[in-house]
Design a protein around this ligand. Structure first.
Ligand code: PSU
Ligand code: MN
Length: 305
């Protein structure tokens, strides 16, 4: 990689000294949550990582510059830039965003790629992309990236706006282990549970760290997915979530929404249909995942020293 990457000094010092670092994505800022909730939530996630004893590194492309550890001002800058002027960046988008010096908000896939370039092993987000309901050919690049990039993603599973059984099949094909943090079933983002089994339940951050360490000792080139249920008091009851999701996906189909626009469209409609309840769950799980990812990163660096 000869393309320059700007790494925040705090992040670089931590990486150089094998101290814990947690990557955070930026698509949730530009395409996931409305202003100013997006800025507040991004900052709250960084605070949660710090409270766990790790250094946060929110990743984005600022006018063509890959930036690891954007500042509070840069989070604001990204959030204030019109959505149409920020490219939602998955793997395929990097040459375009870099070549044409665009703003880029990195998705799970995009954030994993950059985290791996600079040596960050743990990454926290809300939900990963998956296979879209009714569109089995619409497989998020997040799933493929998990199969080819050795970064551990801490999330609340995949949104139930997706076809979860098919999503699990693709992850299996890609060789991605799925761990459940104090759960033995897949969480579905807004709701804590599904009936879908995962590969291994873990009870604490130490066990997560041992598994991550083994991945890297194996020199494996794929990632790990750690799923953490949404905090119980902020959960969206699954019948409410399902009804809203059903309506939102149907509207997306009727309006001919396609490609990378589908996930932001459906998220926003679900928020409107649930009168903001889905966003409360979304924010709670984002902060909780950042906290747990911080604890895991701390345990991982303890294992190494
Ligand atoms: N979770 C959210 N909001 C989001 C996303 C996840 O609460 O906006 C983003 C993530 O960045 C994820 C992306 O990588 O949606 C998946 O998009 P697609 O389905 O187009 O691959
Ligand atoms: Mn897609």
């Amino acid at each position: 990689m000869t393309y320059p990457i700007t790494v925040h000094p705090d992040v670089q010092v931590a990486l150089d000294n094998h101290q814990p670092v947690v990557a955070l994505e930026s698509t949730l800022i530009t395409h996931g949550l409305p202003y100013p909730t997006n800025v507040e939530t991004a900052s709250a996630m960084e605070d949660a990582v710090r409270e766990s004893g790790a250094i946060p590194a929110t990743i984005a492309i600022m006018k063509g510059n890959i930036t690891v550890g954007i500042t509070r001002d840069q989070i604001e800058e990204l959030a204030q830039t019109e959505e149409g002027n920020v490219r939602k960046c998955s793997r395929r988008d990097f040459p375009i965003a870099l070549g044409l010096q665009q703003y880029g908000a990195t998705t799970v896939a995009g954030t994993m790629i950059i985290a791996n370039m600079v040596g960050i092993k743990v990454f926290a987000t809300g939900g990963i992309g998956g296979v879209h309901r009714g569109h089995p050919q619409d497989v998020s690049a997040d799933l493929i990236e998990l199969g080819r990039t050795p970064v551990t993603v801490v999330s609340s599973g995949a949104k139930s706006i997706l076809d979860l059984p098919l999503t699990l099949e693709v992850l299996e094909t890609q060789g991605v282990p799925i761990l459940g943090y104090k759960t033995n079933v897949l969480p579905s983002f807004y709701s804590a549970k599904t009936e879908l089994p995962i590969d291994q339940q873990i009870e604490n951050a130490t066990d997560a760290a041992k598994i991550i360490q083994a991945l890297h000792d194996l020199r494996a080139q794929h990632g790990i997915l750690i799923t953490v249920p949404v905090p119980a008091d902020k959960e969206l009851p699954s019948d409410i979530a399902e009804t809203a999701i059903h309506q939102a996906t149907q509207e997306a189909d009727e309006q001919g929404i396609i490609g990378k626009e589908i996930t932001p469209f459906v998220l926003n409609r679900v928020k409107q249909i649930t009168d903001g309840q889905s966003m409360i769950a979304n924010i709670a799980l984002l902060k909780n995942n950042a906290k747990i990812a911080g604890q895991i990163a701390v345990e991982l660096s303890n294992l190494k020293s």
